[in-house]
Design a protein around this ligand. Structure first.
Ligand code: FAD
Length: 471
């Protein structure tokens, strides 16, 4: 069976509400208009799906009981973290029940001896970073939404962020997960060890599964020593292709920046207008690279900066600004992190999460611009250039709804075709969710999709968890 073969789900009745209230307590079963609307959107485009009921469990056992109940009564469940997702994963497209993880917000243990910590899945990413830093430890994955997104959402999307370049993504820091399976069984997926060779790796199966295979309730994270020192540079270029090509030159020269972000001037213009933060722009500039180096001592970071500066000069950077104070760094970071929000505030847009092998970034950028010019679509490109991960924000501008729904999709198909041709794929970190699933066959063979469907069916034969996502 696949989701499209399924006849549908039962509507949630007053009897169901009584039963759910008996499991959770009536005050944790919500169905007033304000709450339903608040849980009907996330940060994806302008999509909205209204749930029937929202449940806010307090314990793992309650989640297990809710899942068992829903399985018996054919009610679908969409798990929701902070709702910052960009692919519609947390949207209840079949109605049913939204299960909010917002009360799973405790840091349970920081084990400084073993460099690991155990947290509930509704803890905000940045709170974990701050808590472990107080012990001299470092949890590197830092999505630009780190101030609000939950660690469970990060696990579900295998999220990245600027520092993935040097340190890896969420996937590289998960040792073990407590998960409620679609049957209601509660399991730990692995062990709290740095190595694991004990059968199929269920931890990695859950990472990136977008709430379709299980509900993550606790997360054991690997930590590393905190690098403590860093410096930030902003290099400007008169050619965007040259900025993209410079990214690889930095690595070929042996530099290992902790961050290397690409931003088109329009990105900074929008975020400066949105935040009110000053950003002076030379009109010759066609692209910026925001580069961070880190280390244990001032000498270490300064030496890396000098090496980087020589590469940038060699690559004809127009100007290189150095942010050496906490205020200056935060100024640039805030401008960078708010580009997505600023674009959304300014225009209707679709955000694509293209990724290719790093050395092919210039071809990706040039190809995206060429495709969008043919469709008369304006784009703002920015993202994690050091990972070959370019976010392409396509703007609706004056186009009709009809054009937006059809021709834009053709343009996106061409962009994803280009990603595939360049050896890349259609999402580096935002996941597939609802909005990218129609494009999956561009990059995956039917045998790949069939294998994924078989896994879904084996774990969730009634398609209770987050139906209609990924495929
Ligand atoms: C301004 C902005 C900047 C962003 N920058 C980045 C970035 O730099 N890098 C990046 O990778 N992403 C980025 N994102 C995307 C987003 O923040 C991440 O995907 C994040 O991990 C989502 O977490 P969340 O808690 O908001 O999850 P939600 O949006 O609530 O849910 C996302 C998916 O995870 C599932 N899910 C949530 N919690 C659980 C759980 N406990 N168990 C099982 N499934 C669960 C949901 O069902 C859904 O499918 C950005 C988003 C915004 C708005």
């Amino acid at each position: 069976m696949t989701i499209s073969d399924k006849a549908g789900y039962n509507k949630i009745s007053s009897v169901d509400i009584e039963q759910l209230s008996a499991i959770l307590g009536a005050e944790f079963v919500l169905y007033d208009e304000e709450n339903l609307l608040a849980h009907s959107i996330d940060h994806t485009e302008d999509l909205q799906f209204i749930p029937e009921v929202i449940t806010v469990p307090q314990t793992v056992q309650q989640i297990s009981d809710v899942v068992r109940y829903c399985n018996r009564h054919n009610i679908c469940i969409t798990v929701r973290g902070a709702g910052t997702g960009l692919s519609g994963g947390a949207l209840p497209m079949h109605g049913g029940l939204v299960l909010s993880m917002k009360h799973f917000n405790k840091i349970i243990d920081i084990d400084t001896n073993n460099f690991q910590c155990t947290v509930e899945s509704g803890v905000i990413n940045e709170e974990i970073q701050r808590a472990v830093q107080a012990h001299g430890l470092f949890y590197p994955p830092d999505p630009a939404s780190k101030g609000s997104c939950f660690i469970g959402g990060n696990v579900a999307h295998a999220s990245g962020g600027p520092r993935a370049l040097k340190y890896g993504t969420t996937r590289d820091y998960i040792l073990n997960l407590e998960v409620v399976l679609p049957t209601g069984d509660i399991i730990w997926t692995g062990a709290n060890t740095l190595k694991y060779s004990t059968g199929y790796n269920l931890t990695h199966l859950m990472i990136g599964s977008e709430g379709t295979l299980g509900i993550v309730t606790k997360v054991v994270l690997k930590l590393i020593p905190h690098p403590t020192k860093n410096l930030l540079m902003l290099a400007s270029f008169t050619s965007a292709e040259n900025a993209c090509a410079t990214v690889n030159k930095i690595f070929l020269d042996g530099c290992t920046p902790s961050v290397c972000e690409f931003v088109e001037p329009e990105g900074f213009r929008l975020s400066s207008a949105y935040t009110g933060l000053n950003f002076e722009m030379d009109e010759r500039v066609q692209a910026y690279l925001l580069i961070e180096v880190d280390g244990k001592t001032d000498e270490q970071v300064m030496q890396q900066c000098e090496q980087m500066y020589a590469v940038l000069e060699d690559a004809d950077a127009l100007e290189v600004l150095l942010a050496d104070s906490a205020e200056k760094k935060e100024h640039f970071w805030k401008l960078r992190r708010t580009i997505g929000e600023s674009t959304k505030h300014n225009n209707v847009y679709k955000e694509e999460d293209t990724v290719v092998p790093r050395g092919r970034l210039p071809q990706l950028f040039t190809g995206v611009k060429e495709i969008c010019a043919r469709y008369n679509l304006r784009t703002v490109c920015y993202g994690h250039a050091g990972d070959g991960n370019l976010h392409v924000n396509i703007l609706k501008d004056q186009h009709s709804d009809e054009y937006w729904q059809h021709e834009t999709k053709d343009a996106i198909r061409e962009i994803f075709g280009l990603c595939k041709k360049l050896g890349g794929t259609i999402s580096g970190e935002h996941g597939i969710g609802l909005v990218q699933k129609e494009y999956m066959p561009i990059v995956l063979a039917e045998a790949n999709l069939q294998t994924m469907r078989a896994i879904k069916f084996a774990l969730d034969p009634n398609y209770i968890l987050n139906p209609g996502k990924i495929f």
